[in-house]
Write a protein that binds this ligand. Structure first.
Ligand code: FBP
Length: 264
């Protein structure tokens, strides 16, 4: 029994996760361009936008801020994560148990798998524990499926992203969060490989409204169910505008021009 459809992680089968684990994964550099963006409360406020189905944070931010937003925001707790200070082969420490995520109020959990890393075996074994515990708690699992490591030349090549999506299906994730492979056709292949696991795109670094929305539109047209996005929302001066446009493209399936017009 897979818990995705009944979960607040999805609305009408679509997903818009607002990711805010960058302070750990990238460090303070991600907050440099916009004063105030280092304040988690600002992103929780953005997550009260009706388009956002869930906010994804690490345990410490969930502990400190979620009690103020329990009524207005749905919580995804990221179970593993590593700082950018780590210089080894890609790996991710398990920082939170599924049990504790549930206690914090999470209605879903997230887990990074670096397929192709020299640490893939240990990470997959850790994922197995998390996925089975999540099943016991009826919590959907989102896999940040990010192939990377010394043997991998191009981590967004179409075949790599198709493999990332397949890995998520094979290992029991409900949602595969993958990088954009560069075209709608490549995303269609990833969606086909993922079978009954839903596919969402990972936002990436900040770009123009139009370029960003075009990639989101290609994902929806390819059969993806949405997006897990961070910087392209909370690094903007006004996160509401881009969330209005994302709501149009993801939930109303409009074109990019109409979405941009709605965000005026
Ligand atoms: P963005 O939309 O800002 O790319 O965020 C998505 C995300 O997966 C975050 O959850 C995570 O912190 C970050 O990207 C990791 O990106 P990478 O490992 O590629 O630097």
């Amino acid at each position: 029994m897979r818990p995705f459809d009944d979960s607040p992680l999805a609305r009408d089968g679509k997903v818009l996760i607002l990711a805010y684990d960058h302070g750990l994964e990238h460090g303070p550099v991600d907050f440099d361009g916009l004063a105030g963006s280092e304040d988690p409360a600002r992103t929780f406020e953005a997550a009260t936008h009706p388009a956002v189905t869930s906010v994804a944070v690490q345990k410490g931010i969930a502990e400190a801020y979620y009690p103020s937003y329990e009524e207005s925001v749905d919580l995804l707790v990221k179970l593993n994560g590593t700082s950018n200070l780590w210089m080894g082969e890609p790996d991710s420490a398990v920082n939170c148990s599924v049990e504790y995520a549930a206690e914090l109020g999470a209605s879903s959990v997230g887990f990074t798998l670096y397929g192709g890393s020299n640490h893939e075996i240990e990470m997959a074994e850790e994922f197995r524990e998390a996925q089975e515990a999540a099943r016991a708690h009826d919590l959907p699992v989102v896999m940040w499926s990010y192939p990377r490591g010394q043997g991998l030349k191009n981590d967004t090549a179409p075949e790599t992203i198709a493999y990332a999506a397949r890995q998520a299906l094979e290992l029991g994730a409900d949602v595969a969060k993958v990088k954009y492979p560069g075209s709608q056709a490549a995303m269609e292949r990833a969606v086909a490989m993922a079978g009954r696991t839903r596919v969402v795109m990972s936002g990436g670094s900040k770009t123009t409204d139009r370029k960003f929305l075009e990639s989101v539109k290609a994902v929806i047209d390819a059969g993806g169910v949405g997006l897990a996005v961070g910087r392209n929302v909370w690094q903007r001066e006004d996160p509401t505008r881009i969330l209005d446009a994302l709501e149009a493209v993801i939930f109303d399936e409009t074109g990019v021009d109409e979405a941009l017009a709605r965000a005026e």
